[in-house]
Design a protein around this ligand. Structure first.
Ligand code: ATP
Ligand code: MG
Length: 581
């Protein structure tokens, strides 16, 4: 059915909404695709609903292609399922909780691992039933701390969530790989520029979890990428290349220097450079020893951990947490220093740590054969030429120093720089966390029960709409990729000499040729119509205007701005061709 702007429920706005900061938020509101109902809660208007459904269709087609079966679970869920897994508590303030008339607790589903596990448990029991992949496209609810940027981060939003169930680890790997491939096809079809980054440090096993990030300066996720290759990673997952181990033969002897008032790296470097020694020092020549405390899960005891790294770098707390997970980590307080008098604050060296059985891990750059200036474990004293592997042997390495622009790319090609992205998808090998909680087993061929293993995979369907706009717009409006555009062609009729009627006639013919058509048949000034066409962003525009009396109409490409005059008799063929048909 022809979409006619004369009766379409659509009002475009001239002004950006006051609360909007990012382009997609401004444009989706101005072009009348969405309207804010409340903070983080949005209404999809007719054209917006079409775009949203188009994204959902692409997702559905690719999910079905890997054998996924679509279901629809309730969003309103009793508390007990989430209590079993501990997530009723774990989710904290992010969970929308409510009570029914009898006072029983409910929640609005933020994601559905629990219910899917129970669903499969209720229906399936034999290894012959597996593997199975189920998915849904549904509204999710999260009381986000900072709902922002319109539908990019909503409190109610649309997600495709799928779950794979397998009877062994190889099966899970296969289900994961299939999802990964499907996600690549989905985001390619949506026309997104994205990277796939490993979401875990690797400590928990390779690619157990990966995120798809749409590259956008407005994104909330930081990642690093290489200037030369397609290497991309979450900062937590970057592995610093270790220098080759050097020989310790013939290196100068370590010696202690009196270095008064040098408790910071900068004062130390300044002191050394003014001390008349036969070389210059930089911060990178110093070995800084940072003390933290760690606590293993289930333990009450905190243990000290020393981290040695080049003095020009800080420990990145997020990288540290990721490297130690699930062990907790905290900074030392004054009481900790008081209780460990061997720690000479500002002058801590490897010696005191190793002598006092403090676990001591070093940055990969502190390789065997490297020589350092570091604390001598005595106030106002440092030791020079302390050689790793000769004068001290750490307990291992830990890769938690900050990653900086210009650092070598771990794949050996180019250097790293920081970029920002929007998380549009997440694939995750969950393993048996939920199947253990609900005791989901399948009887094996030997008649013995086996615990099922699970994967969970999400795509932000509504977020994807906004991500496309973030990447595909100009100063006049949105530029939709055809696959998800609200229409293929926008036919604009301007003038009072039958142009509007002609626009409707051409629109009808285009529709008969299988195109999705929007016709601007409103009583409005040409300028208003042209501006709206650019704002709405339909990829192909046909202008039926002044040229009509000479038998010409104009074909415009929204993306390139290219304009061609076409004889009326040829416009249908030309438009079908322009639309790729
Ligand atoms: P984020 O880190 O952005 O909060 P998340 O890691 O909590 O996201 P997941 O639980 O992995 O999100 O959810 C799967 C997908 O759902 C995400 O990859 C994202 O595309 C989408 N999504 C998550 N939260 C929101 C939200 N508040 N609004 C819109 N989409 C969201
Ligand atoms: Mg995620």
């Amino acid at each position: 059915m022809l979409l006619r702007m004369s009766n379409l429920f659509l009002r475009t706005l001239r002004e950006d909404p006051a609360d909007a900061e990012v382009p997609s938020h401004k444009l989706l509101v101005r072009a009348g695709y969405v309207r804010r109902a409340a903070p983080g809660i949005y209404t999809w208007l007719p054209l917006g609903k079409i775009v949203l459904e188009n994204v959902a269709r692409v997702v559905r087609e690719e999910m079905n292609a890997i054998g996924g079966q679509e279901v629809l679970l309730p969003a309103l869920l009793p508390k007990e399922f989430y209590e079993t897994t501990g997530r009723w508590e774990e989710y904290g303030d992010t969970l929308f909780r409510l009570k029914d008339r009898k006072g029983a607790d409910y929640l609005l589903g933020p994601t559905h691992e629990e219910l899917f596990t129970l669903l499969v448990k209720g229906e399936y029991s034999s290894y012959k039933d597996f593997p199975v992949v189920l998915y849904q496209i549904q509204e999710k609810f999260r009381d986000e701390a900072r709902p922002r940027a319109g539908v990019l981060r909503g409190r109610e939003f649309h997600m495709k969530d799928s779950y794979s169930f397998d009877t062994d680890d190889e099966g899970l790997q296969q289900s994961y790989d299939q999802h990964r491939a499907a996600y690549i096809r989905i985001f390619d079809r949506l026309g997104l520029d994205y990277v796939i980054v490993s979401a875990t440090s690797g400590a928990m096993g390779g690619s157990a979890s990966e995120e798809f990030l749409a590259v956008a300066p407005t994104g909330e996720d930081t990642f690093v990428r290489s200037t030369e290759s397609d290497y991309a990673a979450n900062v937590e997952a970057v592995r610093t290349p270790a220098p080759a181990e050097g020989s310790v033969e013939g290196l100068p002897e370590a010696r202690v220097h009196h270095t008064p008032g040098t408790a910071t790296i900068q004062t130390l470097v300044d002191f050394l450079n003014g001390a008349g020694l036969d070389r210059d020092f930089t911060e990178a020549d110093t070995l800084k020893n940072v003390l933290v405390k760690t606590r293993a899960p289930g333990s009450k005891e905190w243990e000290l951990l020393g981290i040695g790294l080049p003095g020009d770098r800080e420990v990145d707390l997020k990288r540290l947490e990721a490297a130690l997970e699930p062990t907790e980590v905290a900074l030392l307080d004054d009481a900790d220093f008081a209780a460990n008098t061997f720690l000479a604050k500002g002058y801590i060296g490897p010696r005191a740590l190793l002598d006092n059985k403090v676990r001591y891990l070093v940055d990969p750059r502190v390789a065997t054969g490297t020589s350092w200036v570091t604390g001598a474990d005595r106030t106002d004293h440092h030791v020079l030429d302390l050689v790793a592997g000769r004068d001290f042997t750490p307990d291992g390495t830990i890769d938690v120093a900050e990653v900086r622009d210009g650092d070598a790319s771990p794949d050996g090609r180019g250097t790293l720089y920081t970029a920002r992205g929007i998380e549009i998808g997440h694939i995750f090998q969950l393993g048996r966390k939920y199947t253990d909680a609900f005791k989901l087993d399948a009887l094996g061929p030997d008649g013995k029960p086996r615990r099922v293993t699970m994967g969970s995979y999400g795509i932000g369907v509504s977020r994807a709409v906004a991500s496309v706009v973030e990447q595909s717009h100009d100063d006049k409006g949105i530029v939709w990729p055809r696959e998800i555009a609200p229409a293929d062609v926008h036919v604009v009729g301007t003038g009072k000499g039958g142009e509007v009627e002609e626009a409707l006639r051409i629109g009808g013919e285009l529709e008969a040729r299988g195109l999705r058509v929007l016709v601007d048949d409103r009583k409005a000034a040409p300028g208003v119509k042209f501006n709206d066409a650019e704002l709405l962003g339909i990829p192909t525009v046909v202008i039926v205007g002044r040229g009509l009396k000479d038998g010409l109409v104009e074909l415009r490409d929204r993306r390139t701005g290219e304009r061609t005059d076409v004889p009326v008799g040829e416009i249908v063929e030309s438009t079908v061709a322009a639309c790729g048909g």
